[in-house]
Design a protein around this ligand. Structure first.
Ligand SMILES: Cc1ncc(COP(=O)(O)O)c(C=O)c1O
Length: 307
């Protein structure tokens, strides 16, 4: 998936042309992974493009910065406004948005605090990550031989660039073995998440998803889906569960900005439920996409319209 070029990138406080948004080779983040980022989507609506989850994504960006001890020289309101303006200025109807804070050129030592914290926002067209028909028909996935990092190694709650070396191993293995995605287990062998998605299990009428203690990233869409499922009357339990729970699930699905709500139809070639999208997954999708598309009221204020 090549990145489709747009005209403007917000870089360190101003808009610069796409080709001018560059960094020096001594940039700390290139050497040591000292960056944090976000991934958001803007959707086409009848009122213009609308960004899903702007506030929680910006909050998580600031949480990531705090954990990595990066001082971002902007307020949350300034970052939010710059994200909206990046979508508007590029004239995008719908897009993926990538805010990226990183430690710039300064020190060669591992304590990055003396390097400046730099910040950029990109926005560009983006399709369906797990294939065009995955949302309806589900995807085939595997349990990865790579584990999610242990809690006292990397900070799993951060969306730090360095964490995605682990996610890269997971996706490369899945791609090489002919699966759409890999699911990691945590250090204790409990289910954690996909390489870039949270996971939900429907089992005997209740819905389960791993807790923050399973080294997961606390997904914005995970939070949205927990809320929607509870509003639909389902019991949602954030608790640890073993790998075999995946095989006996009635339904399984991923959530995430890139994958939205994507059903899983098989794990390790074992068919899940009837081998397609399950009815509870469909009910949740109808709510999720209904709000995003504007067919249902945005009752929780999740959408920010780009004027
Ligand atoms: C490792 C990981 N887990 C979960 C998610 C889902 O998070 P969100 O719903 O905020 O996109 C992502 C994507 O951002 C991710 O990279």
């Amino acid at each position: 998936m090549a990145i489709p070029k747009t005209e403007w990138i917000w870089h360190n406080g101003q808009f610069v042309k796409w080709d001018q948004a560059n960094v020096h080779i001594t940039t700390h983040a290139l050497h040591y992974g000292s960056s944090v980022f976000e991934g958001l989507r803007a959707y086409e609506t009848k009122n213009g493009p609308a960004i899903l989850g702007l506030t929680p994504h910006v909050q998580r960006l600031f949480d990531s910065c705090r954990i990595l001890r990066m001082d971002l020289p902007y307020s949350q309101a300034e970052v939010s406004a710059a994200i909206v303006e990046t979508v508007r200025r590029n004239g995008l109807k719908s897009c993926y948005i990538r805010p990226l804070a990183y430690k710039g050129s300064g020190t060669i030592t591992l304590d990055a605090r003396s390097s400046p914290t730099e910040f950029a926002i990109m926005a560009f067209d983006f399709g369906r990550l797990l294939g065009a028909d995955g949302i309806e028909n589900g995807v085939d996935v595997m349990v990865s031989s790579w584990r999610r990092m242990a809690p006292d190694t990397h900070a799993g709650m951060t969306k730090a660039g360095g964490n995605y070396v682990n996610s890269g191993y997971v996706t490369m293995e899945a791609n090489d073995l002919g699966y759409m995605e890999g699911i990691t287990l945590d250090i204790n062998g409990h289910v954690a998440e996909g390489s870039g998605e949270n996971i939900f299990v429907v089992y005997r009428g209740a819905i389960y998803t791993p807790p923050v203690g399973a080294s997961i990233l606390l997904g914005v869409n995970r939070g949205f889906v927990i809320r929607l499922a509870r509003e639909l009357g389902y019991e949602v339990r954030e608790e640890t569960f073993p790998r075999e729970m995946l095989y006996v699930a009635d339904e399984l699905f991923f959530t995430g900005t890139a994958v939205e709500v994507t059903p899983i139809r098989s794990v390790d070639r074992i068919k899940i439920g009837d081998g397609g999208r399950g009815p509870i997954t469909k009910q949740i999708q109808d709510q999720f996409f209904g709000i995003i598309r504007g067919d249902l009221p945005d009752r929780h204020g999740w959408m920010t319209v780009v004027k």
